[in-house]
Ligand binder design. Structure first.
Ligand SMILES: O=C(O)c1cccc(C(=O)CC[C@H]2O[C@@H](n3cnc4c(=O)[nH]cnc43)[C@H](O)[C@@H]2O)c1
Length: 210
């Protein structure tokens, strides 16, 4: 029986996923470093066939419109690199590391079909975008970005270390742009997360068999 590990940032996200399906779900902390450490520790204790980074996230509404869910075609470390007078240079442009993980195409397609999620790039940032200028800079560098969050790349790095396929699923709680924390629609996003994992479990297909 295939085993799937879902890694969220906080307890509320963990509980939302668990309410949808009885997978192993871990609240691994906020940010890429906490996510990588927690995921690597979990994968060292037990092997899994799939790791899913899941939670709420900011949406690029020019691409998403009012659609509430995103599945990552690529998981991109959007602020891992160097600022230069000519602009941002990703870590790969500096000659080392990686800045992108690519989930299995077939699984991305299956998730999109089962949940209605929009496939696109999901950016991992260490600082939540809070201005229109920053949002525009990200859009220019990442024309296929559909969402940003803070953990996907960390989860993906740990999964890669353990040679385990990875996915990222984000329910949109707020637009990527000028900060307005009071307007974040967290309960709605958590409900969308529950519905997504419930839909995946109901497919009855591997690797979603709980
Ligand atoms: O206050 C709450 O009830 C609550 C419930 C669930 C989650 C939270 C969080 O604040 C989670 C932090 C988490 O959210 C992701 N996130 C959400 N929007 C963005 C964004 O625009 N840019 C980057 N990250 C975002 C992120 O992955 C954080 O881990 C609160």
């Amino acid at each position: 029986m295939p085993r799937t590990l879902v890694v969220t940032a906080v307890d509320a996200e963990r509980d939302a996923v668990a309410a949808g399906a009885p997978f192993d779900v871990l609240a691994g902390g906020v940010g890429p470093a906490a996510a990588a450490a927690s995921t690597a520790t979990a994968l060292a204790r037990r092997s899994y066939d799939l790791v899913v980074s899941a939670g709420i996230g900011g949406g690029f509404l020019d691409l998403l419109g009012d659609r509430a869910l995103v599945v990552a075609e690529r998981i991109v470390a959007a602020d891992l690199g160097a600022e230069t007078p000519e602009g941002f240079v990703p870590v790969t442009g500096l000659g080392f590391g990686t800045d992108t993980h690519t989930p299995p195409e077939g699984l991305v397609r299956d998730v999109a079909r089962a949940t209605g999620a929009v496939p696109g790039d999901v950016l991992t940032v260490s600082t939540v975008t809070g201005t229109a200028e920053r949002a525009a800079a990200l859009r220019e560098r990442h024309p296929r970005a559909a969402a940003e969050a803070m953990e996907g790349f960390g989860v993906a790095e740990a999964a890669a270390l353990h040679r385990t396929p990875v996915l990222e699923i984000r329910a949109v709680s707020n637009p990527v742009g000028p900060r307005d924390r009071a307007a974040w629609r967290i309960p709605e996003a958590l409900a969308a997360l529950t519905a997504a994992f419930s839909a995946l479990a109901q497919t009855g297909a591997a690797p979603w068999t709980p």
